[in-house]
Design a protein around this ligand. Structure first.
Ligand code: ZN
Length: 245
């Protein structure tokens, strides 16, 4: 049996402390609700970390012992330190998986890895979202229906200013008329990155079984295939070069 996948669910964890509505929906924090989605799984070891912990929950040791990092942030993106962003980026380029959720589209690490503004249209009016599974054969779509609905979500609309994804697995439609590339895959270095749009803090999105299934699938899809430190190498020729010189 393979070693269990080491998953770290990182959450900014500020709204839950300050806002009673959010705390009522997520008494254990958004990270706690996402971790619940892995309850009973034997192929993963799930840990959680939050911004206000020492070294922002992402020490050298914590990052080095993570195979897949899940990221939720919103109000404190700017507080995430350069050293943390550098450390996570380096680890992704070496092979770690990264699953970025909802408002994490504006996190420093996601913007760093995308190299674009990562902006979008938004409106928080508590509207219905329909999510379409447009690549049913993709591992992240395993077990998901052709479409499913969230009765309460924040609208995120196109254009989403990201580089063209390698794959778009889910498309979102909103009651107000907009559409969005809801589930997108990229490779950066040796690492896999997945962005999944739903998850506004004032709605119970991370208690939805389909949403948790997408995150669980994405974590397993993003598992490292290799873990290779970067190296700029000057190397000898494999064949003799003397005749051609
Ligand atoms: Zn939001």
């Amino acid at each position: 049996m393979n070693n269990p996948l080491r998953v770290l669910i990182w959450n900014e964890y500020r709204h839950e402390k300050r806002n009673e509505t959010v705390r009522a929906i997520y008494p254990q924090g958004i990270h706690g609700a996402i971790a619940e989605g892995f309850a009973g799984a034997t192929d993963v070891i799930v840990k959680t970390a939050t911004l206000d912990e020492p070294e922002q929950g992402l020490s050298e040791q914590a990052v080095a012992s993570t195979d897949v990092l899940v990221w939720w942030g919103h109000t404190a993106h700017r507080e995430v330190q350069d050293a943390v962003v550098d450390r996570v980026q380096k680890r992704v380029l070496e092979g770690m998986g990264l699953v970025v959720l909802h408002s994490g589209h504006f996190s420093r690490i996601f913007k760093r890895l995308m190299g674009t503004n990562c902006s979008l249209m938004w409106r928080d009016e508590n509207e219905k979202q329909r999510i379409w599974t447009i690549e049913p054969g993709h591992p992240i779509a395993a077990g998901l229906p052709e479409h499913f609905e969230l009765d309460h979500e924040e609208m995120y609309g196109e254009r989403f200013d990201v580089p063209p994804p390698d794959e778009v697995v889910f498309l979102g439609w909103f009651q107000g008329g907009e559409v969005f590339r809801t589930g997108c895959c990229w490779q950066r270095g040796h690492g896999r990155v997945f962005y999944f749009q739903p998850g506004h803090e004032t709605y119970p999105t991370y208690h939805n079984a389909n949403v948790l299934k997408v995150i669980a699938n994405a974590v397993r899809w993003a598992a490292p295939r290799v873990m290779l430190p970067d190296a700029l190498r000057n190397v000898p020729a494999l064949e003799p070069l003397s005749q051609t010189r």
